[in-house]
Design a protein around this ligand. Structure first.
Ligand code: GDG
Length: 463
């Protein structure tokens, strides 16, 4: 069968599981990206190329949950150099405003190039004549150019899920020119926000010397690369349906009772990552209690921290700091059987996430920098009664669309405290006015619309 569409991402959208008889098997990992791309893949005889996790020998292509998957193998050294090193130790902090210090290691860069070449070679092998390829995220920025060299017939799109930094920061990267040239192998480079696309075009212009015209970069051979914004979203209807289900409603009630039925529940839910501003928000909440604005009867904070990148040094330190802070706050502010902060270092099924969102009165999303932040949009989608408050960092991409949230600067503790308090005290009419508007926005700009508009623009590029 000819393959007309190839999606390429660091990870395949599956997890290894043990089947009934103890046999190894696969389960599709639930997520917005999979549900958005699944119909597009089905319509276009598509396949997904990515790493299946682990350090297996080369696995054969396989099919699961209606998806055709092409595994790319990774060794222990690749995981250290390309993934934990260059992707998560260099690019992640560099692209997130230097919230942590990026480390530059030449061996990591070598590994990054090697793995990107392996991905490009795999795509070149499976893509049909004149197929469309959609490459995802910061781990694979060299793939577009490597692929174009191998297969000039392909139509190539690239989408960056995280921010693209301003020139002043990007400039630090010893391999800045190679990354820009890697991305310029695409026909369309998509970003979360217009400002990120502008950063990219400005850098290409200054560093590589290519002129720009509107959103297009013009290469010496006349080829045009468009750099534009496509803010990602969620499966709004899917979340709304889930939130309406009797099981989720019952679970939300049960959770609330388990918490001792406090008057208000604050919720944070993030990967345990230093970009997410978890410490600052708990500090703000703790100070509000210390200042006497509320006690454990009035309000408690539930913080879900999903384990993430546990082999990377900064993440180990962050976990220690967070757990120390939670311990201290509970020691100071809690009562027997009534902690002020309920901290969970765990991941949950989608249904449980929906129940947590439904149970919470105030969702607190305070990243120092975030490409979009889907948690904020998911919370909005589950508020089927137009209630609940969202406190949102202005440095999350989502703040561009969710203007009716209580927008905060996570570096400004007093400002954050004031917003948490306002959100806590807002009356029903105020909450409704804000939530209604945000729900209308996310409903019309869902993940299907996102995928459709990126694909339509990619297909309409003149090659
Ligand atoms: C990157 C960018 C951008 C979390 N815990 C559980 C769980 N989740 C799901 C959430 C949400 C997703 O993971 C997290 O997405 P975010 O957007 O909040 O953040 P990142 O992981 O940093 O994602 C980000 C995104 O890519 C997409 O482009 O928005 O800016 O950093 O969907 O619900 N899901 C389940 N159990 C959990 O425990 N099932």
């Amino acid at each position: 069968m000819s393959v007309d569409l190839v999606v390429v991402a660091n990870r395949l959208p599956v997890d290894r599981v043990e089947l009934a008889g103890g046999e190894p098997g696969w389960r599709t990992s639930p997520g917005g990206l999979v549900s958005a791309l699944e119909p597009v893949l089905r319509e276009n005889d598509g396949v997904w190329v990515g790493w299946p996790g682990g350090t297996d020998e080369e696995l054969e292509p396989f099919e699961t949950g209606g998806l055709r998957l092409i595994p790319v193998a990774m060794s222990e050294a690749d995981i250290n150099g390309y993934y934990e090193g260059m992707s998560n130790g260099t690019l992640w902090p560099l692209y997130h405003d230097l919230v942590a210090k990026p480390m530059f290691h030449r061996e990591w860069w070598d590994s990054y190039q090697r793995v990107n070449r392996r991905f490009a070679a795999k795509v070149a092998e499976v893509a049909g004549e004149n197929a469309t390829v959609w490459v995802h995220d910061y781990q694979l920025q060299l793939v577009p150019a490597m692929l174009r060299e191998l297969r000039p017939d392909l139509r190539i799109g690239f989408y960056l899920h995280i921010p693209f930094p301003p020139a002043e920061l990007f400039q630090q990267l010893p391999w800045r020119r190679q990354i820009l040239e890697g991305l310029l192998g695409a026909d369309l480079v998509g970003f979360q926000l217009p400002e990120a696309a502008a950063n990219f075009r400005r850098l290409v212009n200054h560093r590589v010397g290519h002129p720009t015209e509107g959103e297009d970069v013009i290469l010496p051979d006349g080829r045009r690369v468009r750099a534009s914004a496509y803010p990602i979203s969620i499966d709004f209807e899917g979340y709304e349906e889930l939130a309406k289900s009797p099981a989720v409603e019952a679970r939300a009630k049960e959770l609330r009772e388990a918490l001792g039925n406090p008057r208000k529940v604050f919720l944070g839910c993030d990967r345990l990552d230093y970009t997410k501003g978890i410490l600052a928000r708990l500090k703000a909440f703790g100070e509000l209690m210390e200042d006497g604005h509320f006690d454990v009867e009035d309000a408690i904070f539930v913080q879900v921290a999903v384990p993430s990148r546990e082999a990377v040094e900064e993440y180990i330190t962050l976990r220690d700091e967070l757990e120390m802070m939670v311990g201290r706050l509970n020691g100071d502010l809690g009562r027997i059987g009534q902690p002020a902060i309920h901290y969970m270092h765990s991941s949950y099924p989608r249904e449980e996430m929906a129940a947590l969102y439904r149970m919470a009165d105030i969702m607190v999303v305070t990243p120092y920098r975030d490409g979009m932040n889907l948690v904020a949009k998911e919370y909005v989608a589950t508020r089927i009664n137009d209630d609940g408050a969202l406190v949102l960092s202005e440095f999350a991409g989502a703040a561009e669309e969710l203007r009716q949230a209580w927008l905060i600067n996570p570096y400004d503790l007093n400002g954050m405290k004031a917003a948490l308090l306002e959100a806590h005290q807002a009356d029903d009419a105020e909450l409704k006015r804000r939530m209604k508007a945000m729900r209308a926005t996310v409903r019309t700009h869902d993940v299907a619309a996102w995928a459709k508009s990126f694909m339509a623009d990619l297909e309409s590029r003149q090659l």
